[in-house]
Ligand binder design. Structure first.
Ligand code: F3S
Length: 286
């Protein structure tokens, strides 16, 4: 059985940076907390708990004794100010690309554009982006919702960093017809685009595609949807334990990719498992 690992599978720059910041902080400070799980990966969050780093649900749970780490998704402007006022030790691990989205949303509104944010409505990153808009805005998550937008003089559009580039383009095409002036800041980060393109390239070549990552990870789920469109036999798993030898009975080529929040060791576990299955099959044939 041939195993093809897609390029750019796993941790992106921002997540790697954030996890590094947390690990480093856990060796320097006591009472380290992260505002929400540092990444959407339960296995890694549990490992960090063993090192004493606990996720707290909201800014209200942060106490004076805590060193609080802001995760790569960022937080809302109000929450940031709330922490500042509490005078706790803040370590900001917001990804620089997310900060770019915050600034773009803010600048567009300052320039008089009605801002459209394209993203998942309940996603913390999107809540953060929206909080930096200083005027009127719309939050949309589909082309259909773009079609419902009212006509405006000037629309300024930004996206959640992990959105699909093609969907964003479709949404922008719709908004173009809804205003006299359009300014688009493409805030989708390259890590996502590269990972999605590499996954597509592999999905085209294989009989089965495995997408590794947290079930609560939006970018992993999107990766799964993209692969599934190309390779019907695509599955989304968190760990190798969800695999079974029988799944690979008629499989000659299997592809593997992983979301931005999937640690390397979980990807390698899956690859090792697949190699074992392949080797066992070879032995049976001999
Ligand atoms: Fe940053 Fe892009 Fe990752 S925005 S957190 S590098 S997916």
């Amino acid at each position: 059985m041939k195993i093809i690992k897609a390029e750019h599978a796993g941790f992106c720059f921002g997540v790697e940076r954030a996890v590094g910041i947390v690990e480093n902080a856990s060796t320097i400070y006591e009472n380290v907390v992260t505002l929400g799980p540092i990444i959407h990966n339960p296995q890694l969050v549990n490992k960090l708990k063993e090192k004493g780093v606990l996720p707290v649900e909201s800014t209200g749970d942060v106490e004076k004794k805590h060193t609080v780490i802001i995760r790569s998704h960022g937080i809302t402007k109000d929450n940031y100010n709330f922490l500042k006022e509490k005078d706790v030790n803040i370590i900001d691990a917001t990804c620089p690309f997310v900060i770019k989205a915050h600034k773009s949303a803010m600048n567009l509104s300052k320039e008089g554009y009605t801002v459209v944010v394209f993203g998942e409505k309940e996603h913390p990153e999107v809540k953060g982006i929206v909080s930096y808009v200083e005027g009127e805005y719309y939050l949309i998550s589909s082309k259909e919702e773009a079609e419902q937008l009212p006509f405006k003089e000037k629309y300024g559009v930004v996206a959640q960093t992990t959105q699909n580039g093609e969907y964003f383009k479709n949404v922008v095409d719709v908004i173009k017809e809804k205003c006299n002036e359009l300014k688009v800041v493409n805030t989708i980060c390259n890590a996502t685009t590269y990972r999605q393109e590499a996954a597509k390239a592999v999905a085209k070549q294989v009989d089965m595609m495995i997408i590794v990552g947290g079930k609560n990870s939006g970018n992993t789920r999107r990766l799964y949807e993209i692969c599934k469109e190309i390779c019907k036999n695509s599955i989304h798993i968190e760990t190798k334990d969800e695999l079974d030898e029988k799944m690979f009975e008629n499989i000659e080529k299997v592809g593997i990719t992983a979301g931005a929040s999937t640690p390397d060791y979980l990807i390698n576990d899956v690859i090792n498992y697949l190699e074992e299955v392949g080797n066992a099959r070879k032995c049976k044939k001999q």
